[in-house]
Design a protein around this ligand. Structure first.
Ligand code: GTP
Ligand code: MG
Length: 247
């Protein structure tokens, strides 16, 4: 599948370890290859140990576009189940995504999660908490925020909870907000929606820019150069591929 080639920087591999991989796409240095479903957990006992590959989990309110974003990132249409009905994802789902820089292949495990908020369920919160609190290989927590509905009290509660958890974790993971569904906003209202979300994030207590980063912006329909490429590049960093300075 053709992937956006704009703004793809030079990629330098940090370590010399490499493994064979079947490449499906070659960008300008960074290559995206296969994606596969690994495992599912409906309760904390079922969370699979897996190998110690770096992981990134996608959180957000129900219907924020988490599962859709996972498909977009991995360049797949239906690997992750999506729905227009909130509450579609009812378990943690683990996927391995392969990517490579010249001479070096890496895997990163992407984890789809059930949504929180008014359409969430207590048992889903318990499951996600158990995962985040115990997962040694977790490196990134993406918090998806629907551009149209902005941040609400559930988002603030989740972000404050994550900031609190991070205090004992010595930089193990970072929180990366992602503003999703930007294509659903009339163009002239986009800047104000983004500003509003950034204001909300900046106002969080104990905000540390290393821990809670500036948001990315994504949407299903490409608009003004907005694509999921920025998320992919961040995942390349999670996977141990160091990105060039032109980011
Ligand atoms: N226009 C537009 N629609 C989107 C976008 N992302 C997701 N959607 C739609 O929003 C609905 C919900 O998407 P999902 O990806 O299932 O959302 P989710 O956050 O995984 O939802 P839950 O699993 O229920 O928590 C679906 O109908 C998607 O097609 C986007 O960027 N633009
Ligand atoms: Mg989902």
């Amino acid at each position: 599948m053709p992937l956006a080639r704009r703004h793809v920087p030079t990629v330098i591999a940090r370590s010399l370890a490499s493994e064979p991989t079947r490449l499906l796409h070659v960008g300008l240095g960074l290559r995206y290859s296969g994606a596969e479903f690994l495992a599912e957990a409906v309760n904390s006992e079922q969370i699979p140990p897996l190998k110690a590959e770096p992981e990134a989990v996608f959180l957000g309110r129900a219907n924020a576009g988490k599962s859709t974003l996972l498909n977009l990132v991995m360049g797949r249409h239906n690997l992750v189940i999506t729905s227009n009905k909130p509450g579609a994802t009812k378990s943690l789902k683990f996927f391995r995504w392969q990517l490579a820089a010249p001479g070096h292949a890496r895997n990163v495990v992407l984890v789809d999660a059930p949504g929180y908020g008014a359409r969430g369920r207590v048992e889903w919160g318990t499951l996600v908490d158990a995962y985040i609190e115990n997962r040694k290989q977790l490196r990134r927590i993406y918090v998806c925020i629907n551009a149209k509905t902005l941040l609400n009290r559930y988002d603030f509660a989740m972000l404050e909870h994550l900031i609190h958890l991070a205090q004992d974790r010595d930089g193990q993971w970072a929180i990366q907000p992602i503003i999703t569904k930007i294509d659903t906003i009339p163009l002239k209202e986009v800047p104000e929606h983004i500003r509003e979300i950034v204001r909300g994030l900046d106002g969080l207590p104990k905000r540390n820019p290393e821990l809670l980063r500036k948001p990315f912006v994504t949407g299903m329909e490409k608009r003004q150069g907005i694509s999921v490429e920025r998320v992919r590049l961040d995942l390349a960093a999670v996977a141990g591929l160091v990105l060039g300075s032109d980011l």
